[in-house]
Design a protein around this ligand. Structure first.
Ligand code: CU
Length: 173
């Protein structure tokens, strides 16, 4: 194991510790969470992570103080184009890891109130609902980075999903 891999592992472990304290009743493991950093004046970005729920829950809401609006989005290929659309909810089936990635489901942050610089963190809350309709909040602190903290968590740079995401910055949809 080289130092680079070691530091990434420690980083991911720290993120899990932060989230685990708030969700004793509805355990969801969060791995490799990050928010893409922004350029000055950029209006939008997105957050990504891998989520594994012990019991089946749905993500029904997302919020962060750094963005005017935050939504659950899905990226889908339509012909040659990658298109995003808002989705109401995303199910996290018990025991199955669901990945939010630049080319799939992601948390869309728009109307940003500040520049998101690499090396800082962003508080973000996921609203979860269980099969009985009981809601709980998953409070996270996500590192801001230019790219995914773990190469296993994201597709390679320069994929259609990546460029599509960069291209939409500052654009309403
Ligand atoms: Cu989006």
């Amino acid at each position: 194991m080289n130092m680079n891999i070691l530091s990434r592992t420690v980083f991911a472990a720290a993120a899990i510790t932060i989230s685990a304290s708030t969700i004793a009743d509805m355990p969801v493991k969060v791995e490799g969470a990050w928010v893409r950093s922004t350029a000055p004046g950029q209006q939008g970005t997105a957050a990504f992570m891998k989520l594994t729920a012990q019991k089946t829950v749905q993500i029904v809401g997302v919020s962060t103080p750094v963005a005017g609006t935050s939504d659950l989005h899905e990226m889908k290929r339509e012909g040659d184009l990658m298109k995003m659309r808002e989705v109401d909810k995303l199910e996290l089936p018990a025991g199955r890891t669901v990945a939010l990635t630049p080319s799939g489901y992601h948390l869309m942050l728009q109307d940003l109130k500040q520049q998101l610089r690499p090396g800082t963190t962003v508080p973000l809350t996921l609203v979860l609902r269980d099969s009985k309709g009981v809601q709980s909040k998953l409070e996270l602190k996500l590192p801001v980075a230019t790219r995914a903290p773990s190469t296993a968590a994201a597709p390679p740079e320069g994929t259609a999903g990546m460029s599509g995401m960069n291209g939409m910055s500052g654009q309403k949809h």
